[in-house]
Design a protein around this ligand. Structure first.
Ligand code: HGY
Ligand code: MN
Ligand code: MN
Ligand code: MN
Length: 412
């Protein structure tokens, strides 16, 4: 039996309706009412298929298809349901609904696999609430200690543990839900590419060889708020002017030819007091630096830190920089990369290898099991925006490769 792309598109459209910004993209923050609605939708569908469907200790969705050996290490298919603010309908959601679709095909075929198939939607993948990308998969694999649930806090100061408890989950039971090497056979994640490589190559399926690592920092620049009319320019300690130099320093550094895989972004900036006639006294900004090579990532962060120091010094500002997250660049499991290639070849589906500049839960799962990723093309490379789109034909081909690879892993 083949995947049913209309069923997949139906799931995507239903989940797209669970947003705090209707008509302006997907805004589905972890633990929000929209997030709950999306979780309940996929859990209800999986339960209808006869799968066990639940929220785990920290609010990730866990869908488990019964097998002839319930204790055997499971094949995981996962991604995420949380979004960035005003994001697209496919980022993360595609990987979850394709896991659900694979489950549905197997159930409709009457297959009782030799080992469990578990579909997971990891909570807080984007890090848009607690400023720590991949928080859910890091907590579930032990990449982050359980104590971090009490330390990660949102803008209101609420901890991830408090948010999970308010979501009727029990973070104290995290150990029971941990993903361990002995309980996992392999993990596959299907995701939109969010770039332009596949579209420009005219190839429907990407097989990811390596996933970039990243460092996230919170930088606070403190100068002096002053009257915008009476403060002479040479006497100012303008925190926003300094922040502007930092933004340009990050852009220049990452654009150096010697750093072909480095990217750096200042995506958030808070200015105080943020009034037109007051020289900005303090600015808080986010730094997101990435590379597929760990030593280059380290060098880029160190170079940028030195540039920030020099800017603050020259302008007489105080500054505090705090690292809020780090995920290491990883290689996907070669044996799974080959399995995905073999499956695509067998299906006659055109494919190519590529790197991922985006972070993914699969990168965290490489710590405890063989993990790999499939990409499908993003129209015009658009992602993290409402215009995010992928053609049905590409979704269908990616889903067929996933189904074929999962069938193999369930029986091996
Ligand atoms: O930021 C990322 O790379 C991913 O979308 N969380
Ligand atoms: Mn994303
Ligand atoms: Mn994603
Ligand atoms: Mn991902």
């Amino acid at each position: 039996m083949r995947v049913n792309v209309d069923r997949v598109r139906g799931h995507i459209e239903r989940i797209a309706g669970f947003t705090a910004s209707p008509g302006e993209g997907a805004t589905r923050m972890s633990y929000s009412p929209e997030y709950r609605a999306a979780c309940e939708y996929v859990m209800a569908h999986a339960a209808g298929l006869g799968a066990e469907a639940r929220l785990d200790a920290i609010g990730s969705v866990r869908l488990r298809l019964p097998s002839s050996d319930a204790a055997a290490p499971a094949v995981l298919v996962g991604s995420h349901l949380d979004s960035v603010p005003h994001g697209g309908d496919l980022d993360g959601v595609l990987g979850v609904v394709l896991g659900l679709e694979v489950m549905e095909v197997l159930v409709r075929e009457g297959v009782r696999p030799a080992r469990p198939l578990e579909v997971i939607a990891f909570v807080e993948e984007e890090g848009a609430t607690f400023r720590c990308p991949l928080a859910g998969s890091q907590l579930l694999t032990g990449a982050l200690p359980a104590e971090a649930t009490g330390e990660l806090r949102d803008e209101s100061g609420r901890s991830l543990a408090e948010a999970a408890r308010a979501f009727a989950c029990d973070p104290a039971r995290l150990a029971d839900d941990r993903l361990r090497p002995e309980s996992v056979r392999a993990m596959l994640e299907v995701h939109i590419e969010q770039g332009r490589v596949l579209e420009s190559a005219g190839v429907p399926v990407g097989i990811v060889e390596c996933i970039a690592g990243s460092e996230n920092h919170r930088l606070r620049l403190e100068g002096r708020a002053d009257h915008a009319g009476t403060t002479p320019m040479p006497l100012r300690r303008d925190a926003l002017a300094a922040a502007a130099e930092v933004v340009l320093a990050a852009e220049r550094l990452a654009g150096e030819p010697a750093r072909p895989d480095t990217v750096a972004t200042v995506g958030r900036l808070l200015c105080r007091p943020n009034a037109a006639n007051v020289v900005p006294g303090a600015v808080e900004l986010s730094l997101d630096v990435r590379d597929v090579h760990a030593e280059r990532l380290d060098d880029a962060v160190a170079t940028l830190a030195a540039a920030i120091e020099a800017i603050a010094e020259r302008r007489g500002l105080r500054h505090q920089r705090e690292r809020t997250a780090r995920s290491e660049p990883v290689a996907c499991a070669p044996v799974l990369v080959e399995l995905l290639e073999e499956t695509a070849r067998h299906l006659g589906i055109s494919h190519r290898r590529l790197a991922s500049g985006a972070l993914h839960d699969a990168a965290i799962l490489t710590r405890i099991t063989e993990a790999a990723m499939l990409f499908v093309p993003s129209v015009d490379g658009a992602s993290h925006v409402p215009e995010e789109r992928t053609e049905d034909a590409d979704i269908e081909q990616g889903a067929e490769v996933l189904l074929g690879a999962v069938r193999t892993l369930l029986e091996r």
